[in-house]
Design a protein. Structure first.
Length: 253
């Protein structure tokens, strides 16, 4: 399948895990090398600052990975945003309810080796990548925990993960918020993602007549497809080669 031409006047929204980075067994095991950091720094410059990272990770965790560049970004599936201006927006749920749910998930991981609990602050993730046979057990347990929290929260499935998050926020709502702000407003949105949580972003970008790009196999509502993270980076590098107007200097490491 041919890809849409990347042209000046586009706004780039990029998922992180599975899109820019290959997956690891545990979320904290991934790292960002200097080559990727330089590429994203160049893309930020070439797009006039219209580049945001859209992730299930927290903003704090994304900053740790991509330091020293402070990208505009949406963390925890759109429950927190940092705009290009540096302003922060947070959709804060009931901390008491999250605390009770976190305790239940801790008990679950203690009873089943191979499950990994990740408390991101406003969302709670249960990873079963190290033990895929526990998928059904994880699904049942997380559905029950999410239901006990009421309508304020909902369960979301991703690649080898079930996640409890505040209702009403997702990667699509995050992209829409960015598109109302400079320097994204008035541009053609491009969103690249790889899993089920990114389908919300694809829907938002499709509704805005932008370009939605699915990474990897599987059913999708995206209009285009790339094979893997390496293909994503090569595609973006072509845009930088044609339209790059500057470079952000990044220290290696």
């Amino acid at each position: 399948m041919s890809l849409p031409p990347l042209l000046p006047g586009m706004a780039f929204f990029l998922d992180v895990d599975g899109t820019l980075l290959d997956y690891a067994e545990q979320p904290q095991a991934v790292c960002v090398g200097p080559a990727l950091l330089r590429l994203l720094g160049d893309l930020l410059a070439a797009s006039g600052g219209a580049l945001a990272l859209i992730s299930g990770r927290s903003i704090e965790d994304i900053d740790r990975l991509f330091a020293p560049i402070m990208f505009p970004m949406a963390g925890q599936h759109g429950t927190e945003l940092r705009l290009a201006s540096g302003a922060l927006r947070r959709h804060t749920p009931s901390i008491d309810k999250l605390g009770r749910a976190a305790a239940d998930i801790v008990h679950l991981t203690a009873a089943h080796e191979g499950l990994v609990f990740e408390n991101k602050g406003m969302t709670l993730a249960l990873h079963y990548r190290m033990s895929p046979k526990l998928r059904d057990l994880s699904a049942r347990a997380m559905r029950g925990i999410a239901a006990s929290l009421g309508d304020e929260f909902e369960l979301q499935e991703g690649k080898f993960v079930y996640e409890i998050k505040p209702s009403g926020k997702d990667k699509g709502t995050a992209i829409i918020e960015f598109m109302d702000e400079a320097p994204f407003a008035g541009r053609v949105p491009v969103f690249v993602g790889d899993d089920q949580t990114d389908e919300y972003g694809f829907d938002a970008v499709n509704a805005l007549d932008g370009h939605s790009v699915k990474v990897g196999s599987g059913a999708t509502r995206a209009r285009w497809r790339l094979d893997d993270a390496s293909s994503v980076l090569a595609w973006l590098d072509e845009f930088i080669g044609r339209f790059g107007l500057g470079r952000i200097t990044v220290s290696p490491g």
